[in-house]
Design a protein around this ligand. Structure first.
Ligand SMILES: Nc1ncnc2c1ncn2[C@@H]1O[C@H](COP(=O)(O)OP(=O)(O)O)[C@@H](O)[C@H]1O
Ligand SMILES: NC(=O)OP(=O)(O)O
Length: 312
């Protein structure tokens, strides 16, 4: 569909300062992001919005773990559902307020979205999805010993707990999402990659995992025939040799160039790697254009003045 963009907002991009991780701080960041998304709508873009939940889902299960003397644990798939609701609420309300202020006659709505995964996906045996806070190496080793967490180093930012992240196969609510878009709603969906479910003879059942929201957003962009897949994250542009003295930001790369950089290890698993792979899958299945940028640069990037473009 012409001028229909899927905009995927990263969970980490909602946390600007690691000392300010509360929901009200995240709401303030969501408001800034939605200010820019509303500007795109004002400029004639139709958008479907997805979001991550890596930090948020980790905070939620950690809260429950610390409160076990009083309350039961939260199964991971329920924590994904909870974060879909809370982040969806923040985006939906912030967008509606922006539309009201600007006199834009559009409404935003959040769809609780389930995404089917394969219960035999090898990802269940090999956790890769970083969730929750960044830790020092000592903290990470402590939790590995004491709590049995699997932990990894995450893009030079610290250590994080990781959980299984199976491949998204099917968006259960995709017909409803398409109908709402056709009706003119700005749809917020596939939050946190979607609530992971397995399907057996038409029956759905939740399973403990966190789906990568970039992969799920790629699936959505293909299903709704979006003309752009935009991934909004913590950097204005993708770089090669990220974090090294010879780091170089990229303005534009072809799918073939992106594949080559990926193979050379410039885009690590668990952070930039899935974003590049998600865009490559979308380009292969759909055509269109991929864009990676920060929430603050979305408008300039959509006008071709910032971000990293990935093209067929
Ligand atoms: N090659 C790279 N170019 C730019 N950023 C990179 C690169 N490799 C790793 N990163 C890191 O990956 C982060 C994006 O991943 P992450 O924070 O997990 O995403 P999300 O915004 O979806 O939560 C960037 O903010 C940056 O710190
Ligand atoms: N679910 C997910 O991929 O979240 P992040 O984008 O926050 O890592």
């Amino acid at each position: 569909m012409d001028r229909l963009a899927v905009i995927a907002i990263g969970g980490n991009s909602l946390i600007k300062d690691k000392n300010r991780i509360g929901l009200m701080d995240q709401l303030a960041t969501v408001k800034e992001t939605c200010h820019n998304i509303a500007e795109l709508v004002a400029r004639g873009w139709n958008v479907a919005i997805t979001h991550g939940n890596g930090p948020q889902v980790g905070f939620l299960i950690r809260r429950a773990e610390l409160a076990t003397k009083e309350l039961p644990l939260i199964p991971l798939e329920f924590a994904v559902a909870d974060t879909q609701g809370a982040i969806g609420y923040m985006i939906q309300q912030s967008l509606m307020n922006e539309f009201c202020r600007r006199g834009i006659k559009r409404k935003a709505v959040t769809v609780v979205t389930q995404v089917v995964v394969d219960k035999n996906d090898p990802a269940f045996q090999k956790p890769t999805k970083p969730i929750g806070s960044f830790m020092t190496k000592e903290e990470a080793m402590y939790h590995r010993e004491k709590d049995g967490w699997t932990v990894v180093e995450d893009a030079g930012r610290g250590w994080r707990r990781v959980v299984p992240s199976p491949e998204p196969q099917k968006i259960v609510e995709s017909e409803a999402i398409k109908d709402l878009i056709k009706e003119g709603y700005i749809v917020i969906c596939v939050g946190g990659g979607g609530i992971p479910v397995i399907e057996n003879e038409g029956q759905l059942e939740g399973i403990a995992a966190v789906i990568d929201k970039d992969y799920a957003s790629s699936l959505l962009a293909t299903e709704i025939c979006a003309s752009r897949l935009v991934i909004s994250t913590g950097v204005n542009k993708v770089a090669i040799n990220f974090g090294k003295p010879e780091q170089k930001e990229i303005d534009r790369m072809t799918a073939a160039e992106a594949e080559a950089y990926l193979a050379e290890g410039h885009f690590p698993p668990g952070n930039m790697g899935p974003k590049i792979t998600a865009i490559l899958r979308y380009l292969k299945n759909n055509g269109g254009e991929g864009l990676i940028t920060s929430p603050a640069e979305i408008v300039a990037a959509m006008e071709g003045q910032s971000g990293t473009w990935i093209v067929p």
